[in-house]
Design a binder for this molecule. Structure first.
Ligand SMILES: O=C(O)COP(=O)(O)O
Ligand SMILES: [Mg+2]
Length: 387
């Protein structure tokens, strides 16, 4: 595994064929099928395709150098429409190598048979982000003069987005610092509890400074609604306190979202190989979307995903199927031809509800439970096994 951006190598050019709404065929070449398709769909690609959508991706396959791809493209463009359809049918019938096989003819993992879009979870699947998450959680707790939690605990709290993460952290910290119901109600969080150095959070657009004061916030007050599993559901959290703690977490995390985060072994290999075969890739995480780009950039992965969705991108997040269905529609791929890859029961549940095939990795975070218990369609120890 390499953590640094991959060394520059000659890009692989792909040939692709699209069908317009009117049934016309369009042949093109690109180094990134998903990106080019998105450009055509957004009207930023070929003029000939503007206003001719919805566009359907019929076929794509890796060819090789730009020269080789140009030659094959020219050959196909010379064919009549009927001959193009015949070429396509023959190509697909024969296995055509296409994206299901590498250029050397090696097969990909059988879980990918018939798959046209792969969606990846981020935390616990591509990256081990707990060291940085735990630092930010603990810094936010310390700002509130609460006991810190440490990596081992935070590991079991990740997976439902940052607000639930902080809610679990507060519940733990309040339970360990004060017996439930006996906190001093006069505790005033509007004083010096929040670290005054917080505030310089322009590093990540969309993440503001933490709230310095929340009227009426106190460690134990009115309950906040939460149905999610919690380490100690007996401790109730005031919603203003949660808002304050969450803002502090975001500010701390924004300063260093990937300083101690690592890619898991096999991630670069798996993603590079899928991309080299022209497979469209999506990223669907419950993490706030503002953190996605800086983290992907840190690992040189920003070009891999044709679509990235965070926990705040849509009204619903995993385990709701909405982000997955949104990705399938974005790429114009039927859910049954999509694969969701993740480390937690939320990924598998969302995948099943969306009608995706599901693949689990056992090395991530799943609230301390084996992800196999969620009944994924497959499990791989490393994403390098995909190819
Ligand atoms: O922020 C989280 O809860 C983690 O999100 P993810 O596992 O969906 O990437
Ligand atoms: Mg995850």
């Amino acid at each position: 595994m390499s953590e640094s951006p991959p060394a520059t190598k000659a890009p692989v050019w792909h040939l692709y064929l699209l069908e317009t709404a009117g049934g016309a065929l369009y042949t093109g070449i690109t180094t990134e099928v998903a990106r080019r398709l998105a450009e055509h769909r957004a009207g930023r690609g070929a003029k000939a395709l503007r206003g001719r959508g919805p566009l359907r991706l019929l076929h794509h396959e890796p060819v090789g150098s730009r020269g080789e791809a140009l030659r094959l493209e020219a050959e196909i463009k010379r064919l009549s429409a009927a001959r193009k359809w015949a070429w396509l049918a023959a190509r697909q019938q024969a296995g055509a190598d296409g994206y299901q096989e590498g250029r050397q003819g090696e097969r990909m993992h059988p879980i990918l048979d018939g798959i046209e879009l792969v969606a990846f979870d981020l935390d616990g699947t591509l990256i081990d982000s707990v060291p940085d998450l735990a630092l930010a959680v603990d810094a936010a707790l310390a700002d509130l003069d609460l006991p810190t939690a440490g990596e081992a605990k935070v590991r079991d709290w990740v997976g439902n987005g940052s607000l639930t993460l902080m809610e679990r952290a507060l519940r733990y910290a309040l339970a360990s610092s004060t017996p439930a119901g006996e906190a001093d109600p006069s505790t005033d969080l509007r004083g010096g509890a929040v670290n005054p150095s917080l505030g310089a959070t322009d590093a990540i657009p969309g993440i503001g400074p933490p709230l310095r004061s929340v009227p009426g916030a106190s460690p134990v007050a009115s309950p906040v609604a939460s149905s999610e599993a919690s380490p100690d559901s007996a401790v109730e959290i005031d919603s203003d306190l949660l808002t304050l703690a969450h803002a502090a977490f975001l500010a701390h995390y924004a300063r260093a979202p990937a300083a101690r985060t690592r890619l898991y072994p096999g991630v670069s290999e798996g993603l590079d190989a899928l991309r080299a075969r022209g497979m469209p890739l999506a990223l669907i995480t419950n993490k706030p979307s503002a953190f996605i780009a800086p983290i992907l950039e840190r690992f040189g992965l920003q070009g891999h995903f044709g679509l990235c969705l965070g926990g705040d991108s849509l009204p619903e997040k995993k385990p709701h199927p909405a982000p997955l269905l949104h990705a399938a529609a974005h790429f114009d791929v039927a859910p049954a031809a999509c694969l969701m890859v993740g480390d937690s029961r939320h990924d598998i549940a969302a995948g099943k509800m969306a009608g995706f095939r599901t693949l689990a990795v056992p090395y991530g975070y799943n609230h301390g439970e084996p992800v196999r218990d969620s009944g994924p369609d497959g499990v791989v120890e490393s994403l390098a096994e995909l190819v």
